[in-house]
Design a protein around this ligand. Structure first.
Ligand SMILES: Nc1nc(=O)c2c([nH]1)NC[C@@H]1CN(c3ccc(C(=O)N[C@@H](CCC(=O)O)C(=O)O)cc3)CN21
Ligand SMILES: CC(C)C(=O)C(=O)O
Ligand SMILES: [Mg+2]
Length: 264
């Protein structure tokens, strides 16, 4: 695959073409996922749950993400590599810069940070130092204790407007990508239309520019109940590479997500 950069994603958005993203944590899956043409690979702090067995993403360290980013970078065949900034890794501006630097030196092409409009200052500092940022809004799992569970966000008119306004503020501050998690379809559509940069969704409806899922979820390798937005791509295919290709194809032709994976 031709190397994917942020410019590639911008061009896809301008052309009205969809792109796909999967989490990756190791070199072999990295090779498989990038070979399938999946544009973005995310070293998600979801690894705290799917690899380490914790019941939230909070225990994940910067070193954990850096280690898995190195593994993914070695297997990568051309996808854009994005690494999650874990819980409290941006506790101060200085720590945020140092930790983002570690993830970039581990092989990430950009970092993703959870938050709201208050992230603006940090995003400005990172981008001016050459670290592209994806701002993760909506259901931000590092806030699970504040939210009281993994609940759909942006359900009231006021909450929806806050997410749209925060997206604009963070793009103005320099965010290269927006990621929206667990919001009604309409919020996904309004943010995607409002901002110039690519918007990736998970449980954010069919209108976002890109779609992301956790690798284990889409392979049906889970520990119990899964979120509404999850689709098991192994049920219609006979191999893991075929399931990954099928996910990519269904995102490209906009058949995934279907209504059953969305919040109205
Ligand atoms: N394996 C895995 N997949 C993920 O998508 C994921 C992780 N782990 N770990 C970190 C977070 C946690 N995430 C979650 C977990 C559960 C729901 C969930 O069950 N949501 C309810 C919404 C209920 C409501 O408010 O209506 C759902 O029914 O989907 C959503 C996101 C997403 N992330
Ligand atoms: C679910 C995605 C968006 C994520 O942040 C992760 O895998 O950690
Ligand atoms: Mg994450």
């Amino acid at each position: 695959m031709k190397t994917v950069t942020i410019s590639t994603l911008n061009k896809l958005k301008q052309a009205g073409e969809k792109f796909s993203c999967l989490t990756a944590y190791d070199a072999t899956f990295s090779s498989q996922i990038s070979t399938a043409g999946v544009e973005v690979m995310l070293i998600g702090d979801s690894l705290g749950m799917v690899l380490q067995g914790h019941d939230s993403t909070l225990p994940v360290s910067v070193d954990d993400i850096a280690y898995h980013t190195q593994c993914v970078a070695r297997g990568n065949k051309g996808s854009l590599v994005m690494a999650d900034m874990p819980f409290m890794s941006n506790a101060s501006m200085e720590q945020m810069l140092i930790n983002a630097g570690k993830l970039m030196q581990a092989g990430a092409h950009m970092v993703k940070i959870e938050g709201e409009a208050w992230l603006a200052e940090g995003i400005r500092e990172l981008t001016r130092r050459g670290v592209p940022v994806c701002a993760h809004l909506g259901l931000t799992p590092q806030m699970v204790n504040q939210f009281g569970g993994y609940k759909v966000q942006g359900k009231t008119e006021e909450a929806a407007q806050a997410i749209i306004a925060a997206s604009q503020t963070l793009v103005d501050a320099g965010a290269s990508v927006i990621l929206l998690e667990c919001v009604p379809n309409e919020v996904g559509r309004l943010v995607t239309e409002a901002v110039q940069v690519p918007v990736i969704g998970i449980g954010a409806g069919p209108y976002t520019d890109g779609q992301v899922l956790v690798l284990h979820d889409m392979l049906g390798v889970t520990m119990g109940r899964t979120a509404r937005f999850v689709k098991n791509f192994m049920t219609e295919t006979d191999s893991i590479p075929a399931a990954i290709s099928r996910f990519h194809q269904e995102v490209k032709d906009n058949t995934f997500p279907a209504e059953e994976h969305c919040f109205q």
